[in-house]
Design a protein around this ligand. Structure first.
Ligand SMILES: Nc1nc2c(ncn2[C@@H]2O[C@H](COP(=O)(O)OP(=O)(O)OP(=O)(O)O)[C@@H](O)[C@H]2O)c(=O)[nH]1
Length: 354
């Protein structure tokens, strides 16, 4: 969720995600400003038509206020922008309803404004709550007590009421739809960022642990077999030492791409840490998978090639089938021991433990 400090510092560095959120917020505010300015231009003509000249002139001020909010949107002072909008809507509802009465329906604009104030986090929560509450209280008081009528026909009142009700409902729905889409987009983005490793785009260790616990539990319930493999790049320190850390990163990306693309769609590829990867193979016995993993291990030097690096790039693999009633920790311990054995045996091989 954005806070005010980010909104007030458009010139400082912002990440792409924050920048996109700021753009989105500006976009919403520009839509609100345009809708407000256009609606009040229409009101000017409407009030002149109804011979309510005072209200017509007041609406020219309203149009100026809405146009002013564009400028505050541009400099990303959405807090000032929404404050002007809310004061304008509040004043407009108060004046129009005091003069024409609640039957004209101008008080209904207080609802979308209250929603906009609460749903878009431009003002802090205390100010948002105070303003939204003031709008809705004013709506109630105006609806209950403003019974005045001016000298216009009943049918004009009905038309005004319907127009205002529709005019207030549309921004209400648009605001709700925008906040819903921002919420769901940001929720999925956060969830994705929280489970992916930045460098390799494989799942990260937190997700890996959760997934492993899930399959251990599933095994406890339905006995479905599954295997795990811990994979470590051989002599990776040499790549870093001789080619530099950036080339090391490039090698890690190539290795992770090769490994994950060699797996089945249902297998789960995790960057366990540094130059170590964990793979979870659901619904499979060790003897069904061993050959496939050995082939992946064997073929790796032909598929992972690094510029200016003449040595082959390989990995060592520990592979185990998780036992009945075995905990995640115990299974990890066993696969780590198998990997250690693969390293000890000379690397570039798979060691499995039944
Ligand atoms: N470029 C880069 N290097 C990393 C990253 N994470 C870990 N490393 C490096 O991986 C290397 C791991 O080295 P070691 O644990 O000594 O193991 P090794 O050289 O691969 O040798 P063996 O595992 O014994 O075959 C270290 O040089 C770490 O700096 C990373 O994200 N990027």
């Amino acid at each position: 969720m954005l806070d005010n400090s980010q909104l007030k510092q458009p010139t400082s560095y912002t990440s792409n995600h924050v920048f996109n959120s700021l753009q989105q917020t500006s976009y919403i505010f520009n839509i609100a400003s345009s809708t407000g300015a256009i609606a009040h231009c229409i009101f000017i003509f409407l009030f002149f038509y109804l011979e309510q000249t005072t209200l017509a002139w007041i609406n020219t001020l309203s149009v100026s206020a809405w146009l002013l909010t564009f400028w505050f949107n541009r400099i990303r002072r959405h807090d000032i922008s929404i404050f002007i909008m809310s004061v304008e809507v509040f004043g407009h509802a108060l004046f129009s309803t005091s003069i024409l009465g609640a039957d004209a329906g101008f008080q209904y604009y207080l609802w979308p404004m209250a929603l906009l104030i609460m749903a878009i986090p431009s003002l802090n929560i205390a100010w948002s709550s105070i303003l939204a509450f003031a709008h809705l209280t004013t709506f109630t008081l105006l609806s209950l007590f403003c019974r005045t009528h001016v000298d216009i026909s009943e049918s004009s009142y009905s038309t005004l009421f319907l127009l205002n009700l529709a005019g207030a409902s549309i921004p209400f729905l648009i605001t709700a739809a925008f906040s819903r889409s921002i919420y769901s987009r940001q929720y999925f983005l956060m969830a994705k960022l929280a489970e992916k490793d930045e460098l390799t785009q494989l799942f990260n260790r937190r997700f890996g642990l959760e997934a492993l616990n899930y399959y251990v539990n599933q095994k406890g319930k339905n006995g479905a077999p599954f295997c795990i493999s811990l994979v470590d790049v051989d002599f990776f320190k040499r790549v870093n030492d001789q080619l530099g850390h950036n080339k090391g990163d490039e090698a890690l990306i190539k290795i992770s791409n090769y490994l994950s693309q060699s797996m089945r769609e249902t297998d789960i590829s995790i960057r366990w840490g540094g130059e170590e990867f964990l793979f979870i193979f659901p619904n499979v016995e060790l003897n069904q998978i061993q050959q496939r993993i050995e082939k992946i291990c064997h073929d790796m030097p032909n598929h992972v090639v690094l510029e200016n690096w003449d040595n082959s790039i390989s990995c060592s693999f520990g592979l185990v089938q998780v036992k009945n009633n075995e905990s995640s920790e115990a299974a990890l311990q066993r696969v780590d021991t198998a990997l250690y054995q693969a390293k000890k045996n000379g690397r570039y091989q798979v060691v499995s433990d039944h």
